[in-house]
Design a protein around this ligand. Structure first.
Ligand code: C2E
Ligand code: MG
Ligand code: MG
Length: 468
């Protein structure tokens, strides 16, 4: 039932009015999220912190409730670990099927003595909004508490509380999707008795480096409104004399494991800087083009990264604004302090910082807030499933909204169909890349595209996707 302003003040503890068959369905939906008995997750902390700041609240709780108790997933301000469910605010939210606001508990008949004690915190007022599953069931509640009575909530404040609760719901969905994608059934199973061929070995990679067998392909990144190429992503390939063009996923993880990713990455960075210079010499109007390079976790963790990038930019006479560095969440999280420092130094060079494959890792709101990132790249697994159902679509919508709130640009990866393209545009996503527009291409083909008037790609309508 949607919330209506007339319902808001009628916060009575009507636990008797809970519809038990509905409640069973709710508990089933909750069980599917696997949220109850898990470690706290930082994304939920970010939501309680944001709520506390917005509402000047003394405590904020985000909890999910099973039949008997509320499992606190984040609290701000007080160490409340666990709450019994019966006669709780959660029961009120459930009975009301929506938000509950009690601005002054002293006037409320359900709170004896006009106060409510929440483990060492005397509460005088609260407002609570439900966290709902994609099918609309109440799974939990985001509640803000005040030690003083407060005025009744204005409509826009209540909307804000509800949208913060929706953010928690989206985080829950992202989490579920990640879990389902990591399920063992998704992985390729090895045929019994088959011994996997271990290729390449370190020596093969070393040989390839010496023989200069690595090449860079470039995939255009376009402005979705105009189809103008605004950037390029450099993607490595191995041109193997016998095996042909080897894709990065077949050798980058091994290079990463044995450490050869460092010299391979150095080669890639330096090659990209030289290529940027070549493009700009050929056509000075291309100075606004940003060419992005993928950085592996090891490259990111190596001391002196910013100095190295600065030296390369200087040697090739390229401005930092023309270079972008893409990294994944897993590169940044293990050592957040160092990551912040390194990102700060890179930023000072004018280099753009892009969070690659967003949604597949921790997807933590809290670090997104603290890291100076310019662009969020929505992982192609979400884009690919967007038209399959409400949940992946909602996730993409949330990521776009999240980026907007944080002042970041969004690039959707892996756009393959016109339907995805139009949906993304309608959702307010400005930039995208994908096979629909162009595959990763060798330099010679990119040169042709960069000579198109205004660098505008042809409309992909008639199946004209550009391939190498
Ligand atoms: P990534 O950085 O997320 O790159 C995007 C990947 O998505 C590329 O795969 C690209 O070819 C692919 N892609 C783009 N559009 C579409 C589409 O519409 N449909 C589908 N199915 N795929 C699309 P690629 O080139 O195989 O690269 C895979 C990954 O390898 C990259 O993912 C990146 O993590 C890594 N990688 C590539 N080049 C380098 C490099 O120079 N250094 C490092 N450290 N990693 C690299
Ligand atoms: Mg990338
Ligand atoms: Mg990616």
């Amino acid at each position: 039932m949607p919330w209506s302003p007339e319902k808001m003040p009628s916060a009575e503890l009507q636990t008797g009015s809970i519809d038990w068959p509905q409640e069973d369905a709710r508990l089933t939906a909750l069980a599917a999220t696997e949220i109850l008995d898990t470690e706290p997750e930082p994304s939920f902390d970010a939501i309680t912190r944001l709520s506390a700041a917005y509402f000047h609240a003394d405590t904020v709780l985000l909890g999910f409730a099973d039949a008997s108790r509320i499992w606190i997933k984040s609290y701000w301000g007080e160490a409340v670990r666990e709450l019994p469910r019966s006669r709780s605010i959660f029961e009120m939210v459930l009975a009301e099927d929506g938000p509950v606001v009690v601005p002054d508990i002293s006037k409320h008949p359900d709170f004896e003595g006009g106060r409510m004690t929440l483990r060492r915190l005397d509460v005088a007022s609260f407002a609570s909004a439900p966290v709902r599953s994609s099918c609309g069931r109440i799974l939990g509640a985001l509640t803000i508490f005040g030690c003083q009575p407060r005025r009744a909530m204005a409509l826009d404040e209540l909307r804000m509380l509800e949208s913060l609760a929706d953010m928690a719901a989206s985080q829950l969905e992202l989490r579920q999707l990640r879990n389902s994608m990591a399920a063992p059934g998704v992985r390729q199973t090895r045929i019994e008795g088959e011994i996997p061929e271990k290729w390449p070995r370190e020596a093969d990679l070393r040989h390839a480096l010496e023989q200069r067998e690595f090449v860079l392909y470039y995939q255009p990144e376009v402005d979705l409104a105009t189809l103008r190429i605004v950037g390029l992503e450099a993607l490595i390939r191995w041109s193997h004399p016998q095996r042909g063009l080897v894709q990065p996923m077949d050798f980058i993880p091994i290079a990463e494991e044995c450490g050869l990713i460092l010299p391979i990455g150095d080669w890639g960075l330096s090659e990209v800087c030289k290529q940027i210079k070549r493009w700009c010499v050929d056509n000075p109007t291309l100075q606004s083009l940003r060419v992005c390079v993928n950085l592996s976790a090891r490259q990111f963790a190596r001391a002196g990264l910013a100095d190295h990038v600065e030296a390369l930019l200087r040697q090739s006479d390229v401005s930092g604004r023309q270079l972008g560095l893409e990294m994944t969440e897993s590169s940044l999280i293990p050592n957040m302090g160092t990551a912040l420092e390194v990102l700060g130094s890179l930023r000072r060079l004018g280099v753009s910082l892009l969070m690659d494959d967003f949604g597949t890792g921790y997807s933590s709101l809290s670090y997104l807030h603290s890291f100076p990132l310019d662009v969020l790249k929505i992982d192609r697994s979400f884009v690919g499933r967007m038209t399959e159902g409400e949940q992946p679509l909602q996730i993409v919508r949330t990521i776009i909204e999240l980026a907007r709130v944080l002042g970041m640009d969004v690039v959707a990866e892996g756009i393959e169909t016109r339907e995805q393209y139009h949906l993304l545009r309608d959702l307010g996503c400005r930039f995208g890349q994908g096979f629909l527009f162009a595959r990763p291409l060798p330099v010679e083909t990119v040169n042709v595209l960069l000579r198109l008037p205004g660098c505008v790609l042809p409309d992909p309508g008639a199946g004209m996707a550009l391939s190498a």
